[in-house]
Design a protein around this ligand. Structure first.
Ligand SMILES: [Zn+2]
Length: 381
């Protein structure tokens, strides 16, 4: 039997412990704990030796300890633990070039990698990525802190507001002394101090048209849309830009006691205008609601409570990391991922498809769809 292993080990994130003479466990978290019945002690002795030593050494020791076993049987035991997701190759963090500050991330990714994967590769992808972050308010400012923490290579930030006292309860990047200063400047300085390796490009600019965004999308791996004013119009403008630039975008929106995340992969998933079409086709009251809402020019006070905002921004950044690294499947492709802050639950909405008749990502015309008459942002398609 050929051996595909080098230095397989029980993942460092999982404990290996005996329950009694006959049984042992790997893992302690609900859902990722396995119990092994092991009356002859073979598997326990094997698992105990999977600590980073060479696989040849493990086999040799096992055959000395249990002469009745064959090499093939020892390898079968290793394979069994591997199939259960408890093994990883022992890779040296220093050789990978990943810095100490990101090693805890790598350990998190370890859960999602087997012996054939490389848990360092996810962090490497993050360290090489460039993110365009639109908006530095309640969502964007906290998203930015997370991006700095996880260690993206470069972030381009765009906002036109100044820091106000009313921001300080939830936009924790800003200090009292920053009141009156442009958010993009304050934010750039603050995160440059948090992470000196982060390349920050900041623009004090109001986003009103897709062109306002397209000037920043060169070399960008992913866009995060954290602007929501004016409602729907802002997302539509961003959507038009990211489709044109062919860059994925994670959108986040905070409601009263819930938050939503959805992601558009241009050319692959339905876009924001496809979502408009989806509702137009499937919800008979959608246009009435849209028009009714638009007509009152509803302008609520800021509804924002820092603990809720953090749940939403965490979901946005995790989604961005999923799209960039693929460590786990993104949760909001062609669907809206919704978090209920009241009870801590989350769910995904019914999926929406790409429409070939979409004026933005397909070959349709805006004029053919009633819904787009009510948007101020006109699509030139
Ligand atoms: Zn579309």
């Amino acid at each position: 039997m050929n051996c595909k292993y080098d230095r397989p080990r029980i993942k460092a994130i999982y404990p290996l412990y005996r329950l009694n003479e006959m049984e042992f466990r790997i893992g302690a978290q609900l859902g990722i704990t396995a119990e092994f019945g092991d009356p002859d002690g073979h598997l326990w002795e094997l698992a105990s030796r999977l600590d980073g030593r060479k696989v040849e050494e493990v086999i040799k020791e096992m055959l000395e300890l249990f002469p009745e076993l064959t090499k093939g049987e020892v390898l079968e035991g290793i394979q069994l633990l591997d199939n259960e997701g408890f093994l990883e190759e022992t890779l040296d963090g220093h050789e990978s070039g990943i810095q100490e500050r990101y090693i805890a991330n790598v350990n998190y990714f370890s859960r999602y990698t087997g012996t054939e994967g490389n848990r360092f590769s996810f962090q490497k992808k993050i360290n090489e990525s460039t993110i365009l972050l639109l908006g530095l308010g309640g969502g964007g400012s906290n998203v930015l802190t997370l991006l700095s923490g996880i260690g993206v290579k470069k972030v381009i930030i765009v906002d036109y507001d100044n820091v106000e006292e009313s921001n300080l309860g939830r936009q924790l990047l800003y200090r009292e002394a920053d009141i009156g200063l442009p958010k993009c400047e304050v934010a750039a300085k603050a995160i440059s101090e948090m992470n000196t390796q982060l390349i920050v490009e900041s623009h004090n600019k109001k986003i009103e048209t897709p062109e306002d965004i397209l000037q920043f999308t060169d070399g960008v791996d992913l866009v995060i849309c954290a602007i929501d004013e004016p409602p729907f119009e802002a997302q539509r403008t961003v959507n038009q830009a990211i489709i044109k630039a062919n860059v994925p975008c994670v959108f986040g929106a905070h409601q009263v006691s819930r938050g939503r995340v959805f992601t558009v992969l241009p050319g692959k998933t339905g876009c924001f205008d496809c979502l408009n079409l989806h509702f137009s086709v499937n919800d008979p009251k959608f246009i009435d609601q849209f028009v009714g809402f638009r007509n009152i020019n509803f302008s609520p006070p800021s509804i924002a409570y820092a603990p809720s905002i953090f749940q939403l921004t965490s979901a946005i950044v995790d989604e961005a990391v999923r799209v960039i690294t693929g460590y786990a499947p993104p949760r909001s492709l062609s669907t809206q991922y919704e978090i209920n802050f009241e009870d801590g639950s989350s769910f995904t909405h019914p999926a929406w498809d790409r429409y070939t008749e979409c004026p933005t990502c397909g070959n349709g015309r805006s004029d053919d769809w009633e819904i787009f008459e009510y948007y101020k942002t006109k699509n030139k398609a």
